[in-house]
Write a protein of this length. Structure first.
Length: 213
């Protein structure tokens, strides 16, 4: 296993040596340029991540209309394959990917010290998005955009956001996310199972979710 703390220490040492070299050469403005560029890149990657995945996460069925068409088909094999792909493979993978990436971004962007607090925040946001996806897709989409971008806005207005040493040090804490996340991931998976169950019951009795397209 990669030593996250050792890796972050090496990054910090390289960064410090780079700054010292530029300072001795009277090129401090290059340090500022590099710092701002790295921060812009981090904020850009986070915004791109949210933009690319928010619509998927706010959709009741991750396969969308393709899922609905197959589920209504008379081909029992197609229906079984669709449910297998949706519930056993695609849903867990998307939720797992979103959870990990979101937690890492929050770790790097914010000054929240406790890994547990970060995981709780990520769990609450993802659970809220998934629950509202079964009620109203548009509401879920707005939440999937507003909450993550609000966190970015708060992070940018925090003085410690511009501390590159802090960011490099936090890289070493990424491994702590992987060792502590399983309980919270299980909660989200259980919630998804419950939502799927009630969605099936509503569909069985011909009830339509509010605002479903």
């Amino acid at each position: 296993m990669v030593d996250g703390g050792g890796f972050s220490t090496k990054l910090l040492d390289i960064y410090s040596e780079f700054n010292v070299t530029l300072a001795n050469a009277g090129l401090n403005y290059i340090t500022e340029f590099v710092n701002i560029t790295l921060l812009i890149l981090l904020a850009f990657l986070y915004a791109l991540f949210v933009w690319k995945i928010y619509e998927i996460m706010s959709t009741k069925n991750f396969l969308g209309k393709y899922f609905d068409n197959l589920a209504r088909s008379n081909n029992s094999m197609s229906v079984r394959l669709t449910y297998f792909l949706e519930y056993i493979i695609i849903s867990p993978f998307i939720i797992f990917f979103w959870f990990i990436a979101f937690a890492i971004f929050i770790l790097l962007l914010t000054n929240i010290q406790e890994i547990t607090t970060i995981l709780i925040i990520v769990t609450i946001i993802i659970a809220t998005i998934r629950m509202t996806a079964y009620i109203n897709k548009e509401l879920s989409k707005e939440i999937a955009k507003i909450l993550p971008f609000t966190l970015l806005a708060i992070a940018i207005t925090t003085p410690d956001f511009f501390n590159m040493e802090r960011i490099f040090e936090r890289v070493g804490e990424i491994s702590s996310i992987f060792s502590s996340m399983w309980f919270y991931l299980l909660l989200i998976f259980l919630l998804e199972v419950i939502l799927r169950f009630f969605g099936f019951i509503f569909a069985l009795f011909g009830l339509e979710e509010i605002g479903e397209e």
